[in-house]
Design a protein. Structure first.
Length: 117
C-alpha cells in the first residue's frame, strides 16, 4: 500500500507541476488553449502559481490533505472549463480520483476518515 500510494500520488503531481511550468513558459499552444477556453492570457501566471502551490502542499505529508482539497477545487474548475466549451473532461476527473486514491493509500489519517469495508 505504501509504495502504490506514493506512486499514485507522484504521477498526478508530476503532471500538475508540468502543467504549472508550461503556464509560466507561455508557449503558443498553451496560450491558444487558454483562448479556446475563453480565458485571457494574463491569467496564466496566477493559475500556474495556484497549481504549483497546491501541488507542493499535496506532496508534503503534513499538508497533503489540504493540498488534495485545494487541488480538487482546481480540477473542478478545469472540468467546468472543459465542459463549457464541449471538450472531453474525463482526464481531469480521473486525475482527481488518482490523486485522492494515492493519498488514501499513503495516509492512514485519510483511511481512518474514509473507512472502506
Amino acid at each position: 500500500m505504501f509504495w502504490t500510494g506514493h506512486i499514485m500520488s507522484t504521477l498526478p503531481a508530476l503532471l500538475l507541476i508540468f502543467s504549472a511550468v508550461m503556464k509560466f513558459m507561455k508557449p503558443a499552444a498553451v496560450v491558444e488553449g487558454f483562448t479556446h477556453f475563453g480565458l485571457p492570457e494574463r491569467l496564466l501566471f496566477g493559475l500556474g502559481v495556484v497549481e504549483l502551490v497546491c501541488t507542493l502542499l499535496y506532496l508534503i505529508p503534513r499538508t497533503a490533505v489540504l493540498g488534495a482539497i485545494l487541488l480538487t477545487g482546481y480540477l473542478g474548475g478545469a472540468t467546468l472549463a472543459n465542459l463549457r466549451v464541449g471538450e472531453p473532461y474525463l482526464m481531469t476527473v480521473i486525475l482527481g480520483i488518482v490523486l485522492w486514491g494515492g493519498l488514501f493509500l499513503r495516509d492512514r489519517r485519510v483511511r481512518a476518515l474514509i473507512p472502506l469495508r
